[in-house]
Design a protein around this ligand. Structure first.
Ligand code: SF4
Length: 397
């Protein structure tokens, strides 16, 4: 008896995803064609077929994407990821704590808050040369972004510190790396100064949804966070803002978190996804880890809603088995923190990451593939183009 083999492609030659309306099912050795899947919503289809980011997402629309069956959601996010990014390229970033502990804020997950007894010793800001030495080592190991974090509420009255940080930024950029800092709240003038020093990106996480936020932090409002993000963006610095999963939030808070960043005037260049690393002595020190499917679902939703943003798999990655990390890369995560430490928590090392990349057909993103690298190439192309136009104009006189 002749058997029928149904091969129904889900991705067209133009890489736009075709949503399946029928499903193949196997009965013994015969493949039969049974219509069982209803067409998915137009919101989901529009997200899958988007040609660029949009900032008018509603919470309901994001919820519809988030609540799509996980296998279908990750398949779709992987397809969108391939359209907007090089799927095998993962940016390696290294994060250095340039000033540890003693922070006056009460973020209930943080080892660096002076309000909790975590055993962490507060230090003064490290010197410029030691930062640049760490950046050189990170570069030699394949990192293309060097991030510097200081445990401060804000930058008020820190003129000397800001001067030194600008030197650090300049030095990191001279090494050909992207430079990112996270220094707490900054005003428009401080943002402008950092931009002038060559800063690529500023990290300021909104952490969670607006509704869940007051259960996590009481010393700084959600709107104060958004004000810093606005100052950064208006200074022309790329925004890195994301969240922490596992703070006792509900799925609707993951939707709320994505909604906050998706409705900023411009989507952030970078969206870090952290999984809580419970620190003894903090109010969240005994929390159980968040289920992996919630992390994967958040990454896949973020990839569909923020198609051109870099999604950074950040704190907590070292607690994930390799296969889970790879699922995150498949669903759309395309940056990691790698090196010796990530602020106060453990981090996967460069060698370990390189070996993992090798096993799974991934690779470290090259400097020219980073956002800063692309911008520099465009600037050069623009200058060359202008020069050519001038020559043509002169020749036609
Ligand atoms: S997360 Fe940042 S602002 Fe909050 S306590 Fe820690 S160092 Fe301070």
């Amino acid at each position: 008896m002749a058997q029928r083999l149904l091969l129904r492609p889900l991705v067209s030659s133009s890489s736009s995803l075709l949503v399946p309306t029928r499903e193949t099912a196997r009965s013994f050795s015969t493949v039969v064609d049974i219509p069982v899947i209803k067409p998915t919503s137009s919101v989901f289809q529009d997200a899958v077929q988007a040609s660029g980011p949009r900032t008018n997402w509603t919470r309901e629309e994001i919820a519809e994407v988030y609540n799509t069956p996980l296998m279908e959601l990750t398949y779709a996010s992987a397809s969108v990821h391939r359209r907007f990014h090089k799927p095998g390229a993962i940016q390696m970033c290294t994060l250095m704590n340039i000033k540890t502990g003693g922070c006056s804020e009460d973020c209930s997950y943080c080892a660096q808050s002076s309000r909790y007894n975590t055993g962490l010793k507060a230090t003064k800001m490290v010197n410029v040369e030691s930062v640049l030495e760490a950046a050189r080592i990170a570069k030699e190991n394949g990192s293309t972004r060097f991030c510097m974090g200081a445990a401060w509420r804000d930058m008020r009255g820190r003129k000397t510190n800001l001067k030194n940080i600008k030197e650090m930024v300049k030095g990191v950029r001279e090494l050909g790396m992207e430079a990112c800092v996270t220094l707490g709240m900054i005003d428009a003038e401080q943002a402008k100064e950092l931009k002038e020093s060559g800063l690529t990106a500023y990290n300021h996480n909104v952490d969670t949804s607006r509704e869940h936020y007051p259960s996590v932090i009481t010393t700084r409002t959600y709107d104060e966070r958004l004000a810093t993000i606005k100052n950064v963006s208006e200074a022309g610095i790329h925004v890195c803002t994301g969240g922490i999963l596992g703070l006792g939030e509900k799925p609707k808070d993951h939707i709320g978190l994505i909604h906050t960043v998706a409705t900023l005037p411009t989507h952030p260049e970078s969206f870090p996804v952290n999984a809580l690393v419970p620190i003894k002595g903090t109010p969240l020190g005994d929390r159980k880890p968040i289920a992996f499917d919630a992390i994967l679902r958040t990454i896949a939703t973020a990839r569909l809603v923020l198609p051109s943003t870099i999604i950074r798999l950040a704190a907590g990655r070292n607690t994930m088995e390799e296969e889970k990390q790879v699922l995150c890369f498949m669903a759309g995560a395309n940056a990691v923190f790698t090196g010796e430490k990530m602020l106060t928590t453990e981090c996967n090392g460069w060698d370990e990451d390189r070996e993992m990349f090798e096993r799974w057909g991934l690779r470290a993103m090259a400097p020219h593939e980073t956002m800063q690298g692309k911008q520099e190439q465009e600037a050069i192309a623009g200058t060359v183009g202008e020069a050519e136009q001038k020559i043509e104009a002169a020749a036609s006189l």
